[in-house]
Design a protein around this ligand. Structure first.
Ligand code: GRF
Length: 203
């Protein structure tokens, strides 16, 4: 059984999808031990509380020393024996402090097909660029911005009449599926990282 910490900053729909899929047995061998947020008013924290999951909040407002901040996170997580950190709409850049403390044990979901459209407002970037296909990427986290090794990607079409909202909703549906698949593979020990490549074993 692996212990997961989910990091959120807002809505928390990816966290909720992971929780539901663990409860349904679609993701096996995992439990969400704690939900961490840098934003004490993150909506997703309410889901955690009602599911009886422990929460930790460390407000990041006015915290300019990112390394110090991440050291506090590491200390706060220590008692939970965390095997995997899932960033799920966590709107803060993680430093090498955290990345090194949890090497190859932090994953993120991004609402575009990386390496295209990294950073903020990925869906709007994709629309503005005029791509015909977009999607989402689950990747290991390194100390760059959305640059770590790709675990899996899902694609969606982009239509002429799409708005940022319609495209985001289409991608979000796939995010919930992709993140659960990636966590299930991780928990089953089926992800092998070698440099930039992630090999999915037994597939
Ligand atoms: C998702 O689109 C995720 O890809 C991005 O932030 C959004 C978070 O949504 N990193 P939610 O909080 O999981 O609902």
């Amino acid at each position: 059984m692996i212990n997961i910490a989910v990091f959120i900053s807002g809505r928390g729909s990816n966290f909720l999808a992971l929780l539901k899929n663990i409860e349904k047995g679609i993701i096996q061998n995992c439990r969400i031990a704690v939900v961490f947020s840098n934003n004490p008013s993150a909506k997703g924290l309410e889901y955690a509380v009602s599911a009886g999951i422990e929460i930790i909040t460390i407000p990041s407002k006015n915290r300019s020393d990112r390394a110090e901040y991440d050291k506090e996170i590491i200390n706060a997580l220590a008692e939970y024996n965390i095997d995997l950190i899932c960033l799920a709409g966590y709107m803060r850049i993680v430093t090498s402090e955290l990345v090194e403390a949890y090497e190859n044990r932090i994953i993120n979901i991004h609402p575009a097909l990386l390496p295209s459209f990294s950073g903020l407002h990925a869906q709007k970037q994709a629309l503005d660029y005029g791509v015909k296909v977009s999607g989402c990427t689950v990747h290991f986290v390194d100390s760059g911005m959305d640059t770590g090794p790709v675990i899996l990607q899902k694609t969606v079409p982009v239509y002429d009449n799409d708005t940022e909202d319609t495209l985001s909703a289409r991608i979000l549906e796939q995010e919930h599926i992709a993140y659960s698949e990636a966590v299930a593979l991780y928990a089953a020990g089926k992800l092998q990282v070698s440099g930039r490549k992630v090999k999915i074993l037994d597939k």
